[in-house]
Design a binder for this molecule. Structure first.
Ligand SMILES: [Zn+2]
Length: 153
C-alpha cells in the first residue's frame, strides 16, 4: 500500500477551510505536483497569460479504460485543468506529464474552429503547430505511443 505523504501537514496547514484546501492542494500527487509545472509552463510558453486556473489531478477510477485513455481535460468555463491520476506514477517521465499539461493549457489560448453548426475542431492546424513548439514534443509523442497500453486494460 502506498503511503500518503504529508497528510498531517496538510491538515495542520489548512484547518478550517476544507474547500480551500481542496482547491489548493489537489494539484499535489504522490509523485508529481502539478502546480509548479503549470506555473513554469505558463511562464515559458504563454508569457504568464493563463490566469486564475486551477490545475488538479482528476478522480481515480476503479478500472483502467479498455480503449480511450484521457490524459487530461480542460474546462474553460471554470478554468479547471484536470490530469488523469494514472499519470501520477514513477514510471511516467516528468517531461511527458509536462507535455500533457502543456497540451491542455494550449487549448485555453488556441480557439476552436467551427466546421459546421454542430461540428467543431479543437486540434486545429494552429493548435498542432504550436503543440510542436513544446520542447519534448517528439519524444513525448513517441513515449505515448510506446506506453499507452500500460494505461489501458
Ligand atoms: Zn486536446
Amino acid at each position: 500500500m502506498a503511503k500518503k505523504k504529508k497528510k498531517t501537514k496538510r491538515k495542520l496547514a489548512y484547518p478550517k477551510l476544507p474547500m480551500q484546501r481542496h482547491l489548493n492542494l489537489c494539484h499535489e500527487g504522490t509523485h508529481f505536483d502539478l502546480r509548479p509545472m503549470f506555473n513554469d509552463l505558463n511562464k515559458r510558453y504563454f508569457r504568464g497569460r493563463l490566469r486564475g486556473y486551477n490545475v488538479m489531478w482528476g478522480r481515480r477510477r476503479k478500472h483502467r479504460p479498455r480503449e480511450n485513455f484521457i490524459f487530461g481535460t480542460i474546462q474553460e468555463e471554470d478554468r479547471v485543468i484536470r490530469i488523469n491520476p494514472a499519470l501520477d506514477q514513477p514510471f511516467v517521465p516528468p517531461w511527458f506529464l509536462r507535455y500533457v499539461l502543456y497540451h491542455e493549457m494550449l487549448h485555453s489560448v488556441v480557439p476552436d474552429e467551427t466546421l459546421s453548426p454542430n461540428r467543431r475542431r479543437v486540434h486545429t492546424e494552429e493548435f498542432n503547430r504550436r503543440e510542436r513548439e513544446f520542447r519534448h514534443y517528439r519524444r513525448a509523442r513517441r513515449w505515448e505511443e510506446e506506453n499507452l497500453s500500460r494505461f489501458l486494460r
